[in-house]
Design a protein. Structure first.
Length: 105
């Protein structure tokens, strides 16, 4: 089995959701928690007739989608920076040393 990337192992639940979660019943919280895991682990979207759960799910799903987008943008920016760093014509600059490193000894 291939090693999973960190972003495939974790997801964030926000503290700011607490007031809304406190308004749900224990049963609704359990349903929502399993919907979160189904979405994050298996990519299954959550559908319900319960309007309260549907509203809460829309908040949660949007936060997950925003986080995924931000993560992808950060990865792309880091990839671009790495390409710049590793494709410089000056080999000493790529190693993080100055051209005058021997003189410093």
């Amino acid at each position: 089995m291939a090693k999973k990337e960190r972003h495939e192992l974790v997801f964030l639940m926000l503290k700011q959701w607490k007031p809304q979660l406190q308004l749900l019943t224990t049963e609704q919280r359990g349903i929502l928690l399993m919907a979160i895991y189904d979405y994050q682990c298996d990519g299954k979207d959550f559908e319900t007739e319960d309007r309260t759960l549907a509203m809460m799910w829309s908040i949660v799903r949007q936060a997950f989608e925003d986080n995924e987008k931000r993560y992808a943008e950060i990865c792309e920016l880091n990839r671009q920076k790495a390409n710049i760093r590793w494709h410089k014509s000056d080999a000493a600059a790529s190693r993080g040393t100055t051209g005058n490193a021997d003189a410093a000894i």
